[in-house]
Design a protein around this ligand. Structure first.
Ligand code: WTA
Length: 659
């Protein structure tokens, strides 16, 4: 290929701001009827039965939605089902026992394939083992594991016996593990000895042990997977167990899947909020699983025959809904990759796509921006023609990255779905339907059928096209969180108080995102309006980071803001006041970094740390974060005359440019 046509193509793409779904895609898509929006509107909430109908229920529901206790909504009330049965057994029973359920690739290149029969066997064996250890229905089991097959197996084993899991991202620190286990009163932990990152074996078990030392209650049992295969596993007591041995001990055993009420908890997932304490988001069995399955069907267009790959980590909600529960409920083949996208080479992901003939690929804009930076040559030698659909999630995607993805990964023949949602929503909320809607790069799309997404002003009126406002959801949906674990009050405060009017029984969900809308009701999400950062698609609370920083001797006060970052989207910028007599030197800087990594994990590592004698504050003493953000981004500063200490602004700017 000469350069010339490419330039023309780039220019054409540059100008094009909407794209029709490729015909070939539409011809085979799961959802193609534009009437689906009306259908949901006219037949709401009963239309949601089509989501629930994707599952097998032990007992049909009596009522689709019970609103009596709003905002504590209940879905598919009276229904009973088991999530593991739906994700595993029924596919075995339906004659697909030999189909691959999970294809896993380790960072070093080793692969493992679990057919639905293999998965059935191991989930049963591990469920039997958990039960033997004493895990009972409703006991929270913490899973602190990286991207190894034993993680989804453990999740499904928990689901089988009705024990909710709480997965803690393996990149989180020991402290973060302890906080989550304490908050959930979790007495069981499944973890592993280590895993590979950029070719190095990381010691994960040490972190787990350290976390366990911070757990305030008795921990009954700890199961350790021997990922590194060298039996390095170091057992610290009689309540430590080797995963393989447990599974061997229960060889061939079967555990009857427990019939769970639709509203019974399937799992807990902790996420960052405005305060220092992470929030335990509670998801249920019936509504969540229906919603994960439905969106996987309608938006990701998953068919059982597909090889589907979501490159997220199962430690985040994206992995829960779209590596494990949604795809497996639909009986497809879901891929898992343990490692980093640029190891050993920057074409690693494309090698995996080619080798496995991946049909559907779902990733984050931060990854796409890395691919762009590395250059398209890393894709050129790879056959990506198996791809049919592309998706993104986690943060806003800029049109340039969208088009790059569309062109260089999708060869202009795959729709791109930009899906807005949250840990709390359980599944996708705002996105195009790939077989129905045209796509507009940079704009996620309309609310899904049945999802009443509206962008509003503080007075609750909808904004005019082009204006910015707050994104809200004005009707409940099956995948919604039911509460924050053991904290109903905070649940109401965090999500409902802002816009609801309990006196007239009007409940409006506020996700704390800003957004714009256009004349076609396409929503462009602008980002968080609370003190939560989105670093590489990961949610981090500024308060959590700040409290780690003020824990460093010598630091008196700290403010954390998000600075723009080419690849990560946002990066952690720290402004810290040192105590009298302490120098803001390299040593202090290192201690700040270490403390943040110890409290949260390397993902929260500060990009920039500025020591300053003061922070800009309003007359009432509030830190002016907006101003610090402008300084971080080198943006023009607004009026600073309302500050109590306007002089400090120049001083801080000076310190930033000296760095
Ligand atoms: C952001 C991840 C713009 C948003 C599934 C939200 C997005 C937060 C998008 C939730 C998107 C997610 N466009 N912003 N397509 N998807 N976000 O809980 O700010 O880790 O509130 O869930 O990510 O992050 P969470």
């Amino acid at each position: 290929m000469t350069d010339e046509p490419d330039v023309e193509l780039e220019a054409r793409l540059e100008e094009q701001d909407s794209f029709e779904p490729p015909e070939e895609f539409v011809e085979q898509a799961n959802v193609t009827d534009p009437g689906i929006y009306e259908e949901f509107e006219e037949n709401w909430p009963d239309a949601w039965e089509q989501a629930a109908d994707l599952l097998d229920w032990d007992d049909e529901w009596d009522e689709v939605l019970v609103e009596e206790d709003a905002p504590f909504y209940e879905w598919f009330v009276g229904g009973e089902l088991n999530a593991a049965y739906n994700c595993v057994d029924r596919h075995v029973e339906n004659g697909r026992k030999n189909q691959a359920a999970i294809r896993w690739e380790g960072e070093l290149g080793e692969t493992r394939t679990y057919t639905y029969q293999d998965l059935y066997r191991e989930v049963n064996e591990f469920a039997a083992a958990l039960r033997d250890l004493g895990v009972e229905e409703d006991d929270v089991v913490t899973l602190y594991m990286p991207m190894i097959p034993e993680l989804p197996i453990a999740m499904l084993a928990c689901a089988r016996i009705g024990a909710p899991h709480s997965v803690v991202f393996a990149g989180f620190s020991a402290d973060a593990l302890a906080t989550r286990m304490n908050s959930a009163d979790s007495e069981y932990l499944v973890t592993c000895d280590g895993y590979y990152r950029r070719g190095d074996a990381l010691n994960h078990k040490e972190k787990a042990d350290e976390g366990l030392r911070g757990v305030e209650h008795e921990v009954e049992d700890i199961v350790v997977v021997d990922r590194l295969g060298d039996k390095l596993t170091h057992f610290l007591g009689a309540n430590y167990h080797d995963y393989d041995e447990l599974v061997d001990d229960h060889d061939g055993e079967r555990v009857e899947p427990v019939s769970r009420d639709a509203e019974d908890m399937l799992f807990l997932m902790y996420t960052s909020g405005t305060t220092g304490q992470p929030k335990g988001v509670k998801h249920t069995t019936g509504g969540y699983l229906s919603y994960a399955a439905w969106t996987s069907h309608a938006v990701l267009d998953i068919e059982p025959e597909d090889t589907y790959w979501c490159s997220a980590d199962i430690g985040w909600i994206t992995g829960h809904s779209y590596i494990v529960y949604g795809p497996l409920a639909l009986g497809t083949t879901t891929m898992m990759y343990e490692g980093t996208p640029d190891y050993p080479e920057k074409d690693r992901l494309w090698e995996i796509v080619e080798k496995n003939a991946v049909d559907i690929f779902y990733t984050a804009p931060t990854a796409i921006r890395s691919f762009m930076k590395w250059g398209k040559e890393h894709l050129e030698g790879r056959d990506l023609s198996s791809l049919r659909l592309l998706g993104t999630v986690g943060e806003p995607i800029n049109p340039r990255a969208w088009k790059w993805y569309y062109k260089h990964v999708g060869d202009e023949s795959c729709p791109v779905v930009d899906t807005w949602w949250q840990t709390e929503t359980g599944g996708m909320m705002v996105t195009t339907l790939p077989g129905v809607n045209e796509m507009k790069p940079g704009s996620a799309g309309p609310g899904l059928p049945g999802v009443d997404a509206k962008v509003i002003h503080p007075d609750k009126e909808e904004v005019e096209p082009g204006q910015a406002g707050h994104l809200t959801v004005q009707k409940p949906w099956p995948g919604m969180l039911r509460t924050l674990y053991q904290n109903d009050e905070r649940f109401v405060q965090e999500y409902w108080e802002e816009y609801s009017d309990p006196d007239s029984d009007e409940w409006i969900y506020f996700p704390e995102d800003g957004a714009k809308v256009d004349e076609d009701d396409y929503i462009t999400v602008l980002g968080r309006v609370d003190d939560v950062l989105n670093v590489s698609g990961h949610r981090l609370g500024t308060m959590e980071i700040e409290s780690a920083i003020v824990g460093v001797p010598g630091v008196a006060e700290a403010a954390v803001v998000g600075g723009d970052h080419e690849v990560k989207g946002e990066a952690v910028y720290v402004y810290a006041i040192t105590e009298e007599g302490t120098d803001g030197d390299e040593d202090l800087r290192e201690r700040v970094v270490d403390n943040v990594e110890d409290a949260i994990g390397p993902i929260a590592r500060p990009e920039e740390i500025v020591f300053t004698p003061e922070l800009p504050k309003t007359r009432s003493g509030k830190i002016m974060r907006r101003l610090l953000e402008d300084i971080a981004n080198g943006d023009e500063l607004g009026n600073t005359s309302t500050l109590r200490n306007p002089d400090i602004v120049d001083d801080i700017q000076q310190r930033v440019s000296d760095d």
